[in-house]
Design a protein around this ligand. Structure first.
Ligand SMILES: [Zn+2]
Length: 87
């Protein structure tokens, strides 16, 4: 019944590829299901990229919230960016 080829193989990607796709992922612009699967597969196995995704998600929400409140989040953004770079 099973020939072993019906299972979709998820290609392993490295952290560089994951980070490159991070913003597309967060913006909902990662349309290719295979790319999406690869990205999520990487997150499941890489704590560094998983944490970074969590951080970027939180940062995005924070900036959106600040924007809605009419504040300029530049200072905060810079501070968090620095944090991410040091991460
Ligand atoms: Zn990674």
């Amino acid at each position: 019944m099973k020939d072993g080829k019906d299972k979709t193989e998820v290609k392993e990607i490295d952290c560089i590829e994951a980070i490159n796709g991070l913003y597309a992922y967060l913006d909902g612009e990662m349309k290719d299901p295979q790319t999406l699967a690869q990205f999520e597969h990487h997150l499941e196995h890489c704590h560094t990229c998983y944490s970074r995704t969590q951080l970027e998600t939180a940062l995005g929400q924070l900036i959106r919230k600040s924007g809605e409140e009419g504040q300029t989040p530049v200072k905060l953004q810079g501070r968090l960016r620095k944090l991410i770079d040091e991460f």
